[in-house]
Design a protein around this ligand. Structure first.
Ligand code: ADP
Ligand code: MG
Length: 730
């Protein structure tokens, strides 16, 4: 549409259509370089990985002005051969990969040969290196992928030193934003801390240019715990438990995980997750969330853990050919791996929690025992991850202004017990919230009660089904076919997703990420739309007026509640009555915006704003209904729905004849291609979401209510054993 309009306008005004031009190489390279090296910390990561690939045992980093003025990484690795220096910084020059097949088995951290090249396009690079057996080293400088002058002989100690000066000197906007934001130094220290914990045989150090003392300095050690202690401090190391799991089953993926996780004494504001997969430092959001959930449910007071994990998988199970800066990985059988890890973490926490229950109870009501250990006070500068762990020395606060410190806050909670996993989640969240927002004194036990109700009403049999089922396919627009052991179930996707969303709204209460609408939408107009669709009396000015009034009143009501909707549900509406933000309820999932009008109407009509608990419950239910995986509004073109896409042709004016004619075979079917394509996309997208978003989330988060066993949400259709027996007889 837009393109057509643009073209016809251009024709009308007789303007020349813009000519497509090839960008100059230097521009292309600079754009690409900006993508690889997004911030100073990304350059440091690449340089350290190169040093590790060169078998170094000691790596030291010096940083000036957050990395914008200078980044210097020195190692004692194997060095770079003199004859390689001229092409060192060209794009796609690497010593680590020569054939595509090598990608399958690559174990080094680099292989794209892009990092150094990129740095030369956005900064001034100087390399000093010496290889074994040489009397002196060489120094070379690089610009835009090329070596400037011949390498100069110079004195050098074993290994390589790479210096990047004036990063982003030619990208004014990037430099400006970086200069305005907090500088990257803490990020760099945090990064090096992570490397130091994993690569225990390498000694790391990092300091600011000109500073006498290093902010981080670790010695090579053989003990992981020692490494953690020297980086993150005694207080962290003291509260860690070892964890291990390995799986060699022929059916699922083969993997090995070992690591350390914090116990109930470790209290922090933010989760610290140090994750290495096949020795690469990576992020895995899904795994992180899965672990966080377990902590929130098992150790609600210590729900922000410290986690170090190293996972080893066959290299072909990790997708390495992803964008170089993408630290997020994807694994083959990811769900399975995550689930296995989640369950060992859970059992580890439970067993440690059981043995501690008594102690926790006494601590809760005493007024003086320090609950959390005092942070190692000798470490004044620590990586950002650690800074956030500055914990209150006492769990029982004495500050009268802080509502979560009052005794009644404890009185209302029962001591944690295993049967009530998760019941503390919301209270912890609300107390965190209150701490952030001291003026806010809402007593949010109502959310806790709602979460408890979900937990108490959970059907254990169905829980087992959702946790361990496999997806077989969609039976129709509403029912999916799931296999659990030898049983097949038809499950109602709409009911399931509605309930899952409802539960997630309560769990994420006041902690939503936001979906930003591309353009703010007028709430009264949307409500009008919904009323029209709902309307039994479609025409007539009078009813239009009435609708206008209703829309206006509902909008006013929502405006009054705007602050609460924003704070707790991340639904943002401005003072002009435009809505521009919605909550993320499941990651990677956005609801069908065609249902937004209905949702707004529902907020106005169906929510009980008087009673706090019912209010939250009804808002959560309305969101649940909005975000549920309803069938797309266009009929499914595969099957009977195809009729809908046949063109209503014939100009003769005789209505309804075309379809009859087609069915009688007297006419060629003409299809509305565009609409059909849209419908096919919508249905395919939905099935994808069911398989890849809904089912994994059900496995991780869902507590099936008992009613679902009998209300037709789960229907057992066949037992494979019986089917096999029937087939055997044939
Ligand atoms: P990649 O790491 O993907 O191969 P880079 O651009 O990061 O690409 O590095 C290019 C090449 O330079 C590497 O393959 C390696 O041979 C060499 N190199 C870079 N840094 C070092 C270092 N610190 N020690 C030895 N060789 C290095
Ligand atoms: Mg590299």
């Amino acid at each position: 549409m837009e393109i057509e309009e643009a073209i016809s306008e251009a024709e009308l005004e007789d303007k020349p259509i813009p000519k497509i031009q090839r960008l100059e190489d230097s521009v292309v390279n600079r754009i690409a370089a900006g993508e690889v090296i997004q911030r100073p910390v990304s350059a440091v990561k690449e340089l350290i990985e190169n040093s590790l690939d060169a078998d170094s045992t000691s790596i030291s980093v010096v940083v000036k002005d957050g990395g914008l003025k200078l980044i210097q990484v020195s190692d004692d690795g194997h060095g770079i051969r003199y004859e390689d220096l001229p092409i060192l910084c060209e794009r796609h020059t690497t010593s680590k990969l020569s054939k595509f097949e090598d990608l399958q088995s690559i174990r080094s951290m680099g292989f794209r040969g892009e990092a150094l090249a990129s740095m030369t396009y956005v900064g001034h690079v100087t390399v000093t290196t010496i290889t074994v057996g040489q009397l002196h080293g060489y120094r070379a400088t690089y610009r835009d992928g090329l070596m400037v002058d011949e390498p100069k002989a110079c004195a050098a100690v074993k290994g390589t030193q790479i210096m990047i000066e004036n990063l982003f000197y030619n990208m004014a906007a990037r430099r400006k934003t970086l200069q305005n934001s907090a500088d990257d130094y803490t990020k760099i220290v945090d990064l090096i801390s992570r490397f130091a914990v994993h690569h225990t045989h390498v000694s790391f150090s990092c300091r600011k240019h000109g500073a006498g003392r290093a902010d981080i300095h670790t010695l090579a050690t053989s003990s992981r715990l020692d490494a953690i202690r020297s980086v993150y401090g005694v207080s962290v190391a003291r509260n860690l438990m070892k964890i291990e799991v390995s799986d060699t089953g022929p059916l699922n993926s083969v993997f090995n995980m070992d690591g350390f996780i914090s116990n109930s004494n470790y209290i922090a504001k933010k989760i610290t997750m140090v994750l290495f997969i096949n020795d690469r430092l990576v992020d895995c959001g899904a795994l992180k969330r899965a672990i966080e959930i377990v902590y929130a449910a098992t150790l609600p007071k210590a729900s922000k853990p410290f986690i170090y994990m190293s996972i080893i998988l066959p290299p072909e199970h990790v997708d390495v050919n992803i964008h170089p800066t993408k630290r997020e990985v994807s694994l083959l059988n990811q769900e399975f791996v995550i689930e296995r890890i989640q369950s060992v973490v859970e059992s580890k926490l439970r067993s440690s929690n059981e043995s501690r229950t008594f102690q926790e109870q006494t601590l809760e009501f005493s007024s003086s025992s320090p609950m959390a250990t005092i942070k190692d006070s000798t470490k004044d500068l620590s990586p950002s991850g650690i800074k956030s762990q500055k914990v209150p020395h006492k769990m029982v606060r004495t500050d009268t202004l802080d509502p979560s410190g009052r005794l009644h806050a404890y009185m209302q909670m029962k001591p944690p017990s295993i049967s009530e996993r998760g019941s503390f989640l919301s209270s912890v969240r609300s107390s965190i919230r209150q701490r952030r927002n001291p003026s806010e004194t809402a007593d949010l036990t109502s959310i806790q009660e709602l979460v408890n109700e979900i937990d108490n009403d959970c059907h254990p049999g169905l829980l087992d089904v959702v946790r361990h089922c496999t997806y077989a396919g969609m039976a129709d627009g509403i029912f999916a076919l799931l296999q659990h052991n030898t049983l097949l179930y038809l499950v109602n996707v709409i009911n399931l997703s509605k309930e899952l969303m409802y539960q997630q709204v309560l769990h994420r209460f006041a902690h939503f990420n936001a979906i930003q609408l591309s353009e703010p939408a007028s709430v009264p107009e949307l409500i009008m739309l919904a009323l029209k669709e709902e309307g039994t009396d479609p025409e007539g000015n009078e009813s239009n007026e009435v609708r206008g009034k209703i829309a206006e009143m509902n909008t006013e009501l929502l405006k009054q509640k705007a602050e609460m909707l924003e704070d707790y549900f991340s639904i943002y509406m401005d003072s002009n009555g435009n809505i521009s933000r919605l909550p993320v309820i499941l990651d990677q999932y956005t609801p069908d915006m065609d249902r937004l009008p209905e949702f707004l109407l529902c907020l106005g009509n169906d929510v009980d704003w008087e009673d706090e608990k019912i209010c939250f419950q009804t808002i959560a239910a309305a969101l649940g209904n909005f975000y549920a995986l309803h069938p797309p509004l266009l009929p499914n073109p595969s099957g009977d729905g195809l009729k809908f896409y046949r063109k209503r042709v014939l100009s003769s004016g005789s209505e309804g004849t075309s379809i009859e004619n087609i069915e009688n075979g007297t006419m060629e079917a003409e299809i509305e291609e565009e609409l059909l394509l849209e419908a096919e996309n919508a249905w395919a997208q939905r099935e994808w979401s069911i398989q890849h978003v809904l089912l994994p989330s059900l496995r991780l988060f869902f507590k099936p209510p008992t009613s679902m066993a009998t209300n037709g949400t789960f229907v057992q259709v066949a037992s494979l054993e019986k089917l096999y027996r029937i087939f055997e007889r044939c």
